[in-house]
Structure formats: structure tokens, C-alpha cells
Write a protein that binds this ligand. Structure first.
Ligand code: FES
Length: 121
């Protein structure tokens, strides 16, 4: 059983080597996964759950960015999201957002800083 302390994700050095990574989580009692990635030199994390049809963004492909690398894209139907805000840019879900997860960095290690998040792996 984990408490409310920070939950280790990985080192920033390791995150630099990949386009994104996922971690199995339970957030607010819901099992799922979190996306974690670097964009413009900053780390971001969102619950990996597209609001369109409730699929993980990487459900069809092992990718979460579009060809430009500037937008997150759900591989199911191609809806795109601003990586910095999680806001959907596609008309059907315009204005809705991916659920952001707070991160904290200390000595090169990245942590989830969410009280209601439990690592599930
Ligand atoms: S499920 Fe994500 S775009 Fe449809």
C-alpha cells in the first residue's frame, strides 16, 4: 500500500531517450495508465484516456505524437491535443482536456505528485 508521498516515475535522463513512456496507475480509484513525455524541455503527464471513445491514445499504434511532433494524437481516430495543456484541438471534442497529472522533479528524478494516484506496476 502506497501513501501520499511522491511516486517515482524515472530519471529525466531516461525520459530523454524515448518519445514517451507509460506507467500503469490507479487515479482517483480508476485503473488506467499515464503518459509521460518531454516537450519543449519540460516534462508533462496525462491520464492516457481519450475523451472521444475512452481509449488510450496509443491503443492502435505505439505512438502518441503526430508526424510534426507538435501535437499529441490519439491513434484510434486521430484526434489531436496540445501537449502543454492537454486541450483537444479536434472539432468533436474541442475545448475538452486530457486529465493532467502533476509532476515534480528532484535531483534528475521525475515523480508523480498526485495525492490520488497509486502506481499499479
Ligand atoms: S478514441 Fe481517441 S480519437 Fe476516437
Amino acid at each position: 500500500m502506497q501513501d501520499n508521498k511522491l511516486k517515482v516515475i524515472c530519471s529525466l535522463e531516461d525520459l530523454c531517450k524515448v518519445s514517451y513512456l507509460t506507467r500503469k496507475i490507479i487515479f482517483k480509484g480508476q485503473p488506467g495508465s499515464a503518459l509521460v513525455f518531454l516537450f519543449d524541455g519540460h516534462a508533462y503527464s496525462y491520464v492516457n484516456h481519450c475523451m472521444h471513445m475512452h481509449r488510450p491514445l496509443n491503443c492502435e499504434e505505439d505512438a502518441v505524437f503526430d508526424e510534426t511532433g507538435k501535437l499529441l494524437r490519439c491513434s484510434m481516430h486521430g484526434f489531436v491535443f496540445d501537449p502543454k495543456t492537454g486541450e483537444c484541438q479536434s472539432p468533436v471534442c474541442l475545448g475538452q482536456r486530457l486529465q493532467a497529472l502533476r509532476l515534480q522533479e528532484s535531483d534528475g528524478i521525475l515523480f508523480f505528485a498526485e495525492k490520488h494516484l497509486v502506481l499499479a506496476d
